[in-house]
Design a protein around this ligand. Structure first.
Ligand code: KG4
Ligand code: ZN
Length: 353
């Protein structure tokens, strides 16, 4: 831990404009997050052009607010980190340009952070977890199982062949008229549903490997809706469909994780940490099930606190610090990347990154 390092982290890859200052010894001096949810709600999802414009409108103010909250000036910084991808390219460009401009003006190192790596390393900021660990990364855009072997070193064990888990939550919510973002709404509704009213098959359960697939589950929800009497859906049916969806998704995730634990242990017999990160890690139902799975395998489940599971600048600053400690920096001609797989070898082998 290096208390002397102070890094500004900038995040703009999706629908949060965020900036934070974090120290080398893991103190979050500031963490400003501006969610664009209200701007995208009327479209039922994130619209890339709207997001890019909103990042442009708010970025300067959010960075300024993060510096004020941290009570430091730019000259106190040891470096500037910005999400360099993967993500919606218009937004990523806004954050990268802001980061480079500050780095150039104040003669600071610039670090282009992989957004997925930032989610992956957040537990080392919050819980000081040592490498290696098994990571379930579940967000709106990604759904992967990774062996995290070191900074910049990942082995992808599984990924989704179609939708990400958060995307499946969001699409199910949209079908059921629950609005956007869907994950928290589905989780709340699921608490009120009758678990015996609908049964949905869990995709991929029992299949070899640990890839995910959620588009079939989404179709099952639609087919169950189509079998209901015509007209507006009953609230009780919506709730029960959410219960069935969440249970089916949960069974699939547990099955895949169980297989991933076996694969992870082949390389790391002593490995005893399962980490869940990304926006869907906010789901209590899922985390409770993952906790039981981890315990049954003599593993500890670690999940960052809710505000650090969803997109934020602190995770970008921390990933920047991890790289800076190893002497990694990026040139100012770094080009933002819409795609940036954590394990390039696995990405080449097929499926989504
Ligand atoms: O990591 P994140 O903030 O953004 C991406 O990088 O995608 O994740 C957002 C995703 C959305 O799909 C949202 O519906 C989902 O996380 N999410 C949840 C919950 N809270 C957020 N999904 C299920 N249950 C929740 N409680
Ligand atoms: Zn994310």
């Amino acid at each position: 831990m290096q208390p002397d390092l102070l890094v500004l982290g900038i995040e703009s890859s999706c629908d949060e404009t965020a900036a934070a200052v974090v120290s080398g010894d893991g103190r979050i001096l500031s963490n400003q997050v501006l969610s664009q949810i209200d701007e995208h709600r009327k479209y039922g999802g994130v619209v890339p052009e709207v997001a890019a414009r909103a990042h442009l409108d708010h970025m300067d103010h959010i960075i300024g607010a993060a510096m004020v909250e941290a009570e430091i000036g730019f000259s106190d910084l040891s470096g500037v980190a910005a999400t360099g991808g993967p993500g919606l390219i218009g937004g990523v460009m806004v954050g990268v340009m802001a980061g480079k401009a500050i780095a150039m003006t104040h003669d600071l190192p610039f670090i282009a952070v992989n957004h997925l790596e930032a989610h992956a390393l957040t537990v080392r900021l919050t819980d000081d977890v040592a490498f290696p660990y098994l990571l379930l990364l579940v967000s709106g855009g990604h759904c992967q199982l990774l062996s995290v072997e070191g900074v910049g070193h990942f082995k992808r064990l599984g990924t989704t062949v179609d939708d990400a888990l958060g995307e499946a939550f969001d699409k199910t919510a949209k079908m059921l008229g629950l609005g956007y973002p869907g994950g928290p709404a589905v989780e709340q509704a699921a608490k009120l549903g009758d678990p015996d009213r609908f049964t949905l098959a869990s995709p991929m359960v029992g299949r070899p490997g640990c890839d995910f697939s959620f588009s079939g589950l989404k179709t099952s929800v639609r087919q169950a809706v189509e079998k209901l009497p015509p007209g507006p859906l009953e609230e009780s049916d919506v709730n029960s469909l959410c219960t069935a969806f969440q249970r089916a998704a949960g069974r699939a995730v547990l099955d895949r994780c169980k297989r991933a634990i076996a694969m992870f242990r082949e390389d790391h017999p002593e490995g005893n940490t399962l980490v869940v990160a990304g926006g869907v890690a906010a789901n209590k139902f899922l985390c409770t099930q993952l906790e039981s799975l981890a315990t049954a395998h003599d593993m500890k489940l670690v999940a960052p606190p809710l505000n650090l599971c969803t997109d934020n600048g602190a995770m970008i600053a921390w990933a920047g610090i991890e790289h800076l400690k190893l002497g990694h920096t990026d040139p100012l001609d770094f080009a933002p990347r819409p795609r940036w797989p954590l394990d390039p070898d696995a990405a080449k082998a097929g499926a989504k990154a």
